[in-house]
Design a protein around this ligand. Structure first.
Ligand code: KG4
Ligand code: ZN
Length: 343
């Protein structure tokens, strides 16, 4: 009889639960996306996200248990992403996890959502991906880690302003492309010239800075559309080719920064494995450029399949590592909305 874990994910706008065994078999994975609720606002509205989590959390957990064909009484522990994320969203998952642990008298395991994004590569590949350099690129975060082991993460750098995914979403709305912005910018970029506009690569010229910056790039795209002055970019009529060229040039600038900083970090730390996770890791151009850079550096690249790049509860399998290490949490566990520097 294997040991079962329920993992819960509510850090942003996906309500997700999964059932995983101690030997890392995924028995079920359920993700309820809120894209339809946030589309009209062009971004995630925290208040709407937390209310939607409240509505969905119990049906999602119930469905995860049903698909895994187990009962609540079969659970050995409940794991929940308690950092980082939107406070109201994190609270819903944490309260649900605590209620289950209290009722079933089983341990609670708090997990770091960004470390879980890296761990998605471990689950997807079935290989030991550690030690590695881990890049997490999502709507809320752009973080680079040195990961000595599954529970030993050191934050090397992160964005000092916008996250990469946030920049994709904002540029998409300037170009009047549909939400979520990442996939639509990628699609528009397919017919564009990545050299049409010479957009800035924030902090790329500073070899000592492991951090990222995308707000200058976002502003440069805005001015490329509007010219100088404070105009609303959506009031400008752009040709299909202009949209494609802007999208391709923007995407190339983001990808340049992500690839260069990741490869620099890998070279500096001497590791030959690179793990990439988060919604932006679904980007085809990023995947292509990272694969080429890793090949050139003689490193092995692990990028999760698309369904494990965007938010999901399967990556919460990192809880199994904590279980094995005896690193359990009490019912006093709190949310930590900001990024944690170490593990
Ligand atoms: O990891 P995720 O699902 O949620 C957060 O934790 O933020 O990432 C969502 C982000 C959004 O900003 C979305 O536009 C971006 O990932 N994204 C992409 C692509 N698919 C999703 N960005 C670029 N290219 C894509 N193909
Ligand atoms: Zn995420």
């Amino acid at each position: 009889m294997s040991i079962h874990f329920l993992t819960i994910e509510t850090t942003c706008d996906e309500t997700a639960a999964a059932v995983i065994t101690e030997d890392l078999h995924v028995l079920s994975s359920v993700v309820a996306s809120q894209d339809d609720l946030h589309r009209r606002y062009g971004g995630v509205v925290p208040e709407i996200a937390s209310r939607a989590h409240v509505e969905r959390i119990l049906p999602v957990i119930h469905e995860a248990l049903r698909r895994a064909d187990i009962r609540l009484s079969d659970l050995a522990a409940v794991a929940v992403a308690h950092t980082p994320g939107l406070a109201g969203s994190l609270l819903v998952g944490l309260c649900a996890a605590k209620a289950l642990c209290a009722a079933l008298d089983i341990p609670l395991i708090g997990i770091n959502h960004l470390q879980a994004h890296v761990y998605a590569c471990r689950i997807a590949s079935g290989e030991d991906v550690f030690p590695c350099v881990g890049l997490v690129v999502s709507g809320g975060h752009t973080s680079l880690y040195r990961c000595r082991g599954p529970l030993d993460f050191e934050l090397l750098g992160s964005t000092i302003d916008d996250a990469a995914g946030e920049a994709f979403d904002k540029v998409a709305s300037m170009l009047k492309l549909p939400y979520p912005g990442g996939p639509s910018v990628q699609h528009a970029a397919e017919k564009g010239n990545p050299k049409a506009y010479d957009f800035p690569r924030g902090l790329l010229d500073d070899p000592d800075s492991p951090d990222f910056s995308f707000s200058g790039l976002k502003t440069a795209v805005r001015y490329a559309i509007t010219g100088p002055g404070r105009h609303d970019p959506t009031e400008f009529e752009l040709s299909e080719q202009q949209v494609a060229d802007l999208a391709a040039s923007f995407q190339e600038a983001v990808v340049d920064c992500l690839v260069t900083k990741t490869m620099r970090a890998a070279a500096a730390s001497g590791v030959k494995k690179i793990c990439v996770g988060g919604g932006v890791a679904a980007n085809a151009r990023l995947r292509e450029r990272l694969a080429a850079a890793a090949r050139e550096a003689g490193a092995t690249l692990y990028i999760a399949p698309l369904r494990l790049c965007t938010d999901n509860a399967v990556m919460g399998a990192i809880a199994v590592e904590k279980w094995r290490a005896g690193r359990l949490d009490g019912l006093d566990l709190d949310i930590v909305p900001g990024v944690v520097r170490g593990s």
